[in-house]
Design a protein around this ligand. Sequence first.
Ligand SMILES: *Cc1c(COP(=O)(O)O)cnc(C)c1O
Length: 386
Amino acid sequence: MIPYGRQTISEADIQAVVEVLRSDFLTQGPTIPAFENAVANYCGTQYAFAVNSATSALHIACLALGVGKGDSVWTSPITFVASANCALYCGADVDFVDIDPRTYNLSVEKLTEKLAWAEQIGKLPKVVIPVHLCGQPCDMAGIYALSQRYGFKIIEDASHAIGGKYQNQSIGNCRYSDITVFSFHPVKIITTGEGGMALTNDAALAERLDRLRSHGITRDPAQMTHTPDGPWYYQQLELGFNYRMTDMQAALGLSQMQRLDEFVSKRHALSQRYDALLADQPIITPWQHPDSYSGLHLYVIRLQLDKISKTHREVFEALRVAGIGVNLHYIPVYRQPYYEQLGFKEGYCLEAERYYTETISLPMYPELTEAQQDYVVAKLEEALAR
Ligand SMILES: *Cc1c(COP(=O)(O)O)cnc(C)c1O
């Protein structure tokens, strides 16, 4: 089976992990800050905190921004459930803003309309979580301008997007957001097995992210309510979690960082090759906004169903039968039974629902060979033929 995504692991990656295993610290050691510094320097961000998943990073990002009961958090319906669940963990409400028909990211036009309406009924969001779908950055300048007008905070869910650029600057620099979150799951751009990171330029948010990932505990006397009782002393200041990453994971991440640009450019080469090979097919290949250099986590095609005789499902199944691990990113989050039980109904975001009925994610990862890619293209052509 050719998967839709997979990790690239080198001998150097393996050696880096083994070295940590032979060292004094398997967790809370020096490899964590080394990895955090590497990512912060790469992105041009002040602070970075490694955690055990992007889901955890999204959770503590919401908490650090004060999300709680009675608050509302808005995100895109075309994302992994974690982008929405983080708000529910905090006791807040979630709402969804429909997608842009070209980028498939949260539509700034729809966001503008929804904010005007929310202001009238007194239900403005506390936080908006734009998701850089497939690695293509959202219209962050537009969303930032709206945040200034309506007073909401921004968490970028950049789980797909490390290594990408927006307006020629690294995604993750938080120029247009309060916090950015990355995922290091094996299908993503770089991996630590499980893992994530939260980045910010705000010192107060940094302090909270750091505490919340480790039980709400501080060892910094400057943060304590009184002078330390002694050298052993620490204080729990709030209710945090054990969301820490291990040093073995950080060693893998640090080693992978050295090849991040290479991974992304390999993805671009594959994407350009798909674009050329699929140009005459009854599908829409990924449209790229001129302001963006995508991380290209995913290569999503959209079927022109009026030009083919098979259904979306038939094309998808034909590819699976051919041993191609195509996937669909994503089912609109609010169509999940859990969200329907919260009151969301079919028809809530029409553009997202149409996207769901027409798209397929083709295999996209640095080690996908041209021969494998040719096979995917041939099988797709076969499936689309009248
Ligand atoms: C993968 C992913 C997450 C969750 O990442 P984990 O590290 O697996 O917790 C969140 N949001 C998006 C958009 C993702 O793709």
